[in-house]
Design a protein around this ligand. Structure first.
Ligand code: 8YV
Length: 316
């Protein structure tokens, strides 16, 4: 084996991954923060060579593992892992791309249809007896044929765009770099994109590079008839500005699967019928989560065998 040493499980993982980590690799589980964790790290920290995580690892924890050589992340997004701390020590990182692309894209389109056509709001209307009482449900907005902007045209963004083409939508996008092999119109900035579409779908990575990319100005450009869908990370949107825009009617509506400080959702949003609130379930299907767990295990197996990863993250 390239590395010997302890395999550490950091936070809860998919049951398949947890079972296999214990059964095949005798992995140890990091205790929750507190005295027990301190004692655990003092005893086992020096021997840990690989960490497998879903919730992430901060610089302090990485610093407590002097022999750490690899971090295997369950999830395509790795913004909760302190990559600066990894980079400076040459620790390698893997994530779980591709296997979740379809499910996240499905949820993005589902969120768009929900917020524009009032699926969740209509369900609430029926359940509380308003329909039976003779009340009228407000007219909604058409989805087919609308103009949709994709913020972040990576794997998931392309899968969203592909689905929207079937709805006859006009897709445009903004991305760090213009993408050569697509025919969608490119907008030079998020504000320019938001100003030219009926709905904006956020599918960028999280982290420092995209913090509050969807600013108050972007929300204003989207406007009172505009809709926002976020299946990326809460940090990509200025959440205070979003709450203000939704509460004041300056933004038409939003479908949100991610939030700034999960699982906390701003109270102000609970009363708004034009907001769809989801508990971070983009990848959360039986099929996709199993595939993510298998990819985590394949990364671990490969790293222990030859020091390489199946789906490495380029940490430049
Ligand atoms: C979570 C996700 O990571 O892949 C991502 O980036 O946001 C999700 O799949 C999932 O909760 C696993 O921890």
């Amino acid at each position: 084996a390239v590395t010997d040493g302890v395999i550490l499980q950091v936070g809860r993982l998919h049951p398949t991954a947890e079972r296999e980590l214990t059964a095949t690799y005798d992995a140890l589980r990091l205790p929750a923060p507190g005295d027990e964790r301190e004692r655990f790290l003092a005893e086992h920290g020096p021997h840990v060579s690989v960490a497998v995580t879903g919730p992430g690892m901060d610089a302090e924890l990485i610093g407590a593992l002097p022999k750490l050589a690899a971090v295997i992340n369950l999830g395509v997004g790795y913004d909760a892992v302190d990559v600066d701390a990894l980079r400076s020590r040459g620790i390698v990182l893997s994530n779980t791309p591709d296997v979740l692309t379809d499910c996240v894209a499905d949820l993005a389109v589902g969120g768009l249809i929900d917020v524009m056509r009032g699926l969740s709001a209509g369900d609430r209307f029926v359940r509380r007896g308003s329909w039976a009482d003779g009340a009228r449900f407000p007219l909604q907005r058409r989805v087919s044929g609308t103009r949709v902007g994709i913020l972040g045209l990576g794997r998931i963004g392309r899968a969203v765009a592909h689905r929207l083409e079937a709805f006859g939508c006009t897709v445009s996008y903004h991305n760090r770099r213009r993408v050569d092999d697509v025919a969608y119109a490119y907008a030079a900035s998020p504000v320019e994109l938001a100003g030219s579409v009926d709905a904006l779908i956020v599918v960028t990575p999280g982290g420092a590079g995209t913090r509050a990319l969807v600013s108050a100005g972007v929300l204003a450009a989207l406007g009172p008839d505009g809709y926002l869908v976020n299946v990326a990370r809460g940090s990509v949107v200025d959440q205070d500005a979003l709450v203000t825009a939704l509460a004041s009617g300056a933004l038409g509506g939003a479908a949100l699967d991610v939030f700034a400080a999960e699982p906390q959702v701003p109270d102000e949003l609970f009363a708004l019928d034009n907001v769809v609130l989801l508990p971070h379930i983009g990848s959360a299907t039986v099929e996709t989560r199993e595939a993510m767990a298998q990819l985590v295990l394949r990364n671990l197996e490969r790293f222990l065998a030859d020091g390489t990863l199946v789906t490495p993250v380029a940490l430049q």
